[in-house]
Every structure is written in structure tokens, then in C-alpha cells.
Write a protein that binds this ligand. Structure first.
Ligand code: HEC
Length: 128
């Protein structure tokens, strides 16, 4: 419970103070990836799969392998896409705000976050 509250606080603090993030394009910004992961990926998983599927649910190598499978690649490409973001934007402030970000950049951000938060990373992200 305490972890959940901490995570919620961290997530909302980042929404309130977005200027604190440097949104560099290219290599993947795990902080931006975390915001989108929690706002878009986690909410659907909780609803449809019944669990959040946190980055810490897989090891770094498992994430890298999943991203390369046809299913993983397709899943990721679909749900980071501007088309998907536009479809949820009416009910999702993060998707609305992130609308201008290119698909490849958001893809890299998500990849950076799941690797950053993987089970065997220095910083496992167990809460959503
Ligand atoms: C609209 C719903 C929805 C969204 C949005 C969504 N997912 Fe999923 N995801 C699912 C469902 C349903 C499953 C379980 C069935 C499956 O594996 O496809 C799943 C499964 C997964 C799995 C587990 C696959 C495995 O075999 O271990 C991962 C990892 C995953 N999603 C990552 C993501 C990421 C990252 C995002 C955001 C960029 C995302 N998902 C967005 C519905 C969604």
C-alpha cells in the first residue's frame, strides 16, 4: 500500500512538473517512458490481464527478447503509436500531452524504462 502511494505520488509529481524532465530525443528517456507506461500500458493490463506487468516482472534479457518477438514488437508498436494515443486521448491526459512525440521516440522511451526497471537492473520498478 505504501509503495503504491509513493508511486502514485511520484507519477503525479512528474505530471505537475514536466519542465523538470529533459525530453531528449533519440536514445530513450526512461522517465518519459515511465510516465507513459503507467498511464497507458499499466491501466490496460490491470483491466484486461488482471495484473500490472511491471518492468520488474522480467529480467533485462527477457525484455530484450520479448521486444524482438513478432508478438512483442507488434504489441509495443501498436500501443506506443500516435494512432493509439489519439484513440485514448479523450480520457487520458498523458496520451493527449504526448501526442506530438514520434512513434520511434516513445518506443525508445518505453524500452529504456523497462530495461531501467527490470528485475536484475540496479533499480527494479516493482510498482506498475
Ligand atoms: C489496450 C490494452 C493494452 C495496452 C494499452 C497494452 N497492453 Fe500489453 N498486454 C495486453 C494484454 C491483453 C496482454 C496479455 C495477452 C498478450 O500477451 O497479448 C498484454 C501483455 C503484455 C506483456 C506480457 C507479454 C508476455 O508474454 O510476457 C507485456 C510485456 C506487455 N503487454 C507490454 C506492454 C507495454 C510495454 C505496453 C505499453 C506501451 C502495453 N503492453 C500496452 C493489453 C494491453
Amino acid at each position: 500500500m505504501r509503495a503504491t502511494l509513493t508511486c502514485l505520488f511520484a507519477a503525479s509529481a512528474m505530471l505537475i512538473f514536466p519542465a523538470a524532465e529533459s525530453f531528449a530525443e533519440g536514445d530513450g528517456n526512461w522517465k518519459r517512458g515511465r510516465i507513459y507506461y503507467r498511464a497507458a500500458c499499466t491501466s490496460c493490463h490491470t483491466e484486461e490481464v488482471g495484473e500490472s506487468i511491471s518492468p520488474a516482472s522480467k529480467k533485462i534479457a527477457e525484455w530484450e527478447a520479448w521486444i524482438e518477438t513478432p508478438e512483442g514488437a507488434e504489441h509495443l508498436a501498436e500501443y506506443v503509436s500516435q494512432e493509439y494515443r489519439a484513440s485514448i486521448a479523450p480520457d487520458n491526459k498523458v496520451a493527449e500531452k504526448f501526442a506530438p512525440i514520434g512513434n520511434d521516440d516513445l518506443w525508445a522511451d518505453i524500452r529504456a524504462f523497462v530495461i531501467y526497471g527490470a528485475k536484475d537492473s540496479a533499480t527494479p520498478a516493482t510498482c506498475n
